[in-house]
Design a protein around this ligand. Structure first.
Ligand code: UGA
Length: 378
């Protein structure tokens, strides 16, 4: 910003000298439907189009239903026939956005001609020099790469959570199973962490929007499995609540439950579609007195679920608890000393919803230890 090369403005007229325009707005799930809400993307394109000078390139980054890029391309051409449109999906993870921008594992560009590709090669010159794989695609393929990648990740998580269900039924241990299959490089060990499943502003809405779009395209059957991926994911939350009920003789009324974690994943303050808060609010609705702690997400959580109790410290959260739930795997929670925590609670029962606590340590300290997909030894 000091160099004057980074400027922020809300004035669209400032775009008139720009060579490249990136559209990065959100595409949340539409209320009452599985489809993505395209209001923001459409508005952004309409705002940019009159200011796109001849030879300039409008580049979409938003995650959109396949076919959007072509539609926006035609819409742009009507207003500024000499400008062009390309699609360049991003694969940034929340909490690692800078890292993933500076060192992406691939660049995907959907273009309709060489000159648009060349403009993007200029934009990403340094990354190309660093040999980051460059994939040129047509517009629909570039759009599909993004939703296909997120669907694959969601599938991997739901796969291991399905295995967790089977392990529970067969007295197996899903953490050992995941470790063992993960050694096969064709499978890989990442995204095989069983627990209460995926949330956030991306995976859940992206698989739903993908199903809705496939339906419109007459390819419903091809993505029917994603419905099951979604169900397995939501079922994990219910299985967690069943464990809570089982340990509190089914009656949650007046029980004090300490919830460790509110964010949809650690190192983020994002609570959109957070499995942790969904579970916390369902337990609260069943009559329990729920106190939530999170290192970063308390304010966002309070704004969405004002009726829940919140604690600023872990000690305050677990004080006199009938049960402790571990729902977001912040490193602070793994570092807890179960001997010290035991002195604060009323009942030493912990349920690990992320399979991330050191079970042996908690058992040795005299806790009843529960986890999804693992046999209960006490
Ligand atoms: C995800 C993708 O990982 C990014 O590549 C993509 O760019 C981004 O969505 C997006 O579409 O913008 P993000 O939502 O930040 O990124 O979160 P992830 O790290 O993918 O985690 C998603 C959820 O899966 C979290 O709730 C996490 O707790 C859960 N998860 C992850 C598991 O339950 N088990 C695992 O093994 C891994």
């Amino acid at each position: 910003m000091k160099s004057g090369r980074l400027v922020f403005t809300t004035d669209f007229a400032a775009l008139k000298d720009c060579d490249v325009h990136f559209i990065c707005v959100g595409t949340p799930q539409t209320k009452g439907s599985l489809a993505a809400d395209m209001t923001y993307v459409n508005a952004a394109l309409d705002a940019v189009a009159p200011h796109a000078k001849p030879g300039s390139l409008v580049v979409g980054k938003s995650t959109v239903p396949v076919g959007t890029a072509q539609r926006l391309h035609d819409r742009l051409k009507k207003v500024s026939p000499q400008a062009d449109l390309a699609w360049n999906p991003e694969f940034l993870r929340e909490g690692f956005a800078v890292e993933d921008t500076l060192r992406p594992n691939r660049l995907v560009v959907g273009v309709t001609n060489d000159s648009s590709e060349n403009i993007l090669k200029e934009v990403y010159k340094d990354l190309l020099a660093a040999n980051i794989p460059w994939i040129r695609a047509d517009l629909p393929t570039a759009e599909l790469v993004k939703v296909a990648a997120n669907s694959f990740l969601a599938t991997k998580i739901s796969f291991i959570n399905a295995m967790a269900e089977v392990c529970e039924a067969a007295n197996g241990d899903v953490t050992v199973l995941a470790q063992a299959i993960g050694h096969d490089p064709r499978i890989g060990s990442r995204f095989l962490q069983a627990g209460i499943g995926f949330g956030g502003g991306c995976l859940p809405k992206d698989i739903r929007a993908f199903m809705a779009r496939a339906d419109e395209l007459g390819a419903r059957q091809a993505l029917e499995f994603l419905r099951e991926i979604d169900s397995i994911n939501l079922r994990a939350r219910q299985r967690m609540i069943e464990l809570v009920r089982a340990d509190l003789s089914e009656d949650l009324k007046g029980k004090k439950i300490a919830v460790l974690g509110a964010a949809f994943k650690p190192d983020s303050d994002d609570v959109r579609d957070s499995p942790a808060l969904d579970i916390a609010s369902q337990i609260h609705s069943a009559g329990a007195d729920v106190i939530v702690h999170d290192p970063k997400a308390i304010e966002n959580a309070r704004a969405r679920f004002p009726r829940l109790g919140f604690a600023q410290s872990i000690e305050e959260c677990v004080k006199d608890a009938d049960l402790v739930l571990h729902l977001t795997e912040w490193k602070e929670y793994r570092a807890l000393d179960p001997v010290a925590v035991k002195k604060l609670v009323k009942n030493a029962i912990v349920i690990d919803g992320r399979n991330h606590l050191d079970r042996e340590k908690w058992l040795a300290a005299g806790w009843k230890f529960r986890a999804l997909g693992r046999t209960h030894h006490n």
